[in-house]
Design a protein around this ligand. Structure first.
Ligand SMILES: Cc1cc2nc3c(=O)[nH]c(=O)nc-3n(C[C@H](O)[C@H](O)[C@H](O)COP(=O)(O)OP(=O)(O)OC[C@H]3O[C@@H](n4cnc5c(N)ncnc54)[C@H](O)[C@@H]3O)c2cc1C
Length: 456
């Protein structure tokens, strides 16, 4: 049994704490908020989690809300070159459903669970000086403090970090008062609308701490662009009202659905920005002691791909393996680096690359894939090749290592399209292109583009 300290009671710190406790270690979690304070806090994010993460929660007995929450079944993507112009859609299913649970509710419950299962919790805001004492008293100290001050202990990895500034301005709300389904869509999706000049808007089913089944919505604004109108919002109500304006101007097809939205709770909103950053996993304290970064402290991602928490869980999975293999040997800097590198090779690099692809203009290869899948409707009985392409795209959110390397390379993408459709890639892309052209023609004359699942 090893003595392990974790700083931070966000979802990643807590999943690590439960995993290590279950493995028989003595775990102390340091949190700057009590479970009750979590319920009154602002959320740190919205954290949709996909199957690989949910498996870990189930193994650790943390999946308390499975019977009550609105499961997501896949993704509905709309690409819009200009406002009100739907170029194409994709409706893909994930192999297993996903979920978003209010992170405040999770941290509240999982802290209480940790104590009930024999873990210790200390309520304090840990300083660097205090970290010296904590690390001196433990075999391993993990810093899962999110993007707060303590993450400065971990040097930015300049070779891996592509950006040195935020790529989007974010505005997020938890909202109630809207329908749980969309007319004509066979799945409950995360809806993802892409406007190359302005940014992205997405909304997904959510289990809110007070309201229960409801939605969360996120605007990802390109700095200085037409969505960048939330920075000075003073309340969640204001964010909801401004979002209603964005819906009416840019995506009128969902404006009626969104019109009745109300803020779920006074704290249920965020505005801000994240600089996507990979940090070195080892932080050296003034005394020379070493501590290890976990979750957002190790890698901060823009939420565009819904990857931050999922990536943190994947890091925890590797950490649990590496701790188990290490026996009684010291957790030194070499072990911390090797553990992070193992995770980064398996998941971290693919996740970071995929997330960054979503921040950048669409690649030629991804455009071909989207054309080739045109016609996907997300119906459970749709076994067609185009549906399989859309499903593969959607599944990549669960495990970015599956399709990300393919869509980075035109030749591999074309091979993938040909293999999946059982025919020439060009034929598949041209077929989709014809439908897209027809949709553009219809919209030019003020008509509905008739994108699936309505009609192909
Ligand atoms: C708008 C938005 C939407 C998102 N959507 C998704 C999504 O759909 N899917 C997904 O996977 N990810 C998503 N994310 C990212 C996700 O929310 C984060 O990756 C995840 O919450 C990180 O968890 P964490 O435990 O590493 O850090 P945090 O959740 O930031 O928790 C860190 C905790 O440490 C505490 N702390 C900090 N400093 C100290 C200290 N000195 N002493 C004691 N405690 C301290 C903080 O108070 C906090 O409670 C989203 C993020 C945002 C902003």
């Amino acid at each position: 049994m090893r003595k392990i300290a974790i700083i931070g009671s966000g979802v990643v710190g807590l999943v690590a704490a439960h995993g290590l406790l279950k493995a028989g270690h003595q775990v102390t979690l340091y949190s700057d908020r009590t479970p009750e304070q979590w319920l009154q806090s602002k959320p740190t994010g919205s954290a949709a989690r996909f199957e690989l993460s949910l498996q870990l929660e189930r193994e650790l007995g943390l999946n308390h809300w499975d019977e009550q929450l609105p499961w997501g079944e896949g993704a509905h993507l709309t690409v819009c070159p200009t406002p009100r112009n739907r170029l194409l859609t994709l409706t893909g299913r994930t192999s297993r459903p996903f979920q978003g649970v209010d992170v405040r509710l999770q941290s509240h419950r999982w802290m209480n669970d940790l104590v009930a299962r024999g873990g210790r919790i200390e309520i304090e805001s840990v300083t660097v000086q205090r970290l010296e004492e904590i690390s001196a008293a433990h075999d391993l100290t993990l810093v899962a403090a999110g993007r707060a001050e303590l993450c400065r202990l971990f040097e930015r990895d300049a070779a891996r970090s592509v950006y040195d500034a935020p790529q989007r301005q974010l505005a997020m709300v938890f909202m109630r008062g809207v329908k749980m389904r969309f007319d004509g869509l066979p799945i409950v999706p995360v809806k993802f609308n892409v406007f190359p000049e302005a940014g992205e808007i997405f909304y997904m089913p959510y289990f809110h701490k007070d309201v229960g089944p409801s939605w969360s919505a996120l605007v990802e604004a390109r700095p200085g662009g037409p969505f960048d109108r939330f920075r000075d919002a003073k309340s969640g109500e204001e964010v909801v009202e401004r979002m209603k304006g964005v819906f009416r101007e840019f995506l009128p097809w969902d404006a009626d659905w969104f019109q009745s939205a109300e803020l779920s709770d006074p704290q249920g909103w965020l505005v801000g920005a994240v600089t996507p950053t990979v940090r070195r996993p080892v932080g050296r304290l003034p005394s020379g002691r070493e501590v290890m970064a976990l979750g957002d402290t190790a890698m901060s991602l823009d939420p565009i791909g819904g990857q931050g928490a999922n990536n943190g869980y994947k890091q925890v999975r590797t950490l649990l393996e590496a701790v188990a293999e290490h026996g009684d040997r010291p957790f030194d800097a070499a072990w911390m680096t090797a553990t992070f590198e193992r995770f980064y090779a398996r998941h971290g690099l693919a996740t970071y690359t995929f997330n960054n692809l979503l921040l950048e203009p669409i690649t030629a290869a991804a455009r071909e894939l989207l054309m080739a899948q045109y016609g996907s409707d997300g119906r459970a009985d749709n076994r067609s090749a185009i549906q399989r392409l859309a499903d593969a795209f959607t599944e990549n959110f669960n495990d970015p290592a599956t399709l990300t390397p393919v869509v980075q390379d035109s030749r591999r993408t074309r091979d993938f399209i040909a293999k999946t459709t059982g025919g020439a890639w060009l034929k598949a892309v041209a077929r989709g292109g014809l439908h897209v052209a027809r949709g553009q023609f219809l919209q030019k004359f003020g008509r509905d583009p008739r994108h699936p699942p309505q009609a192909v």
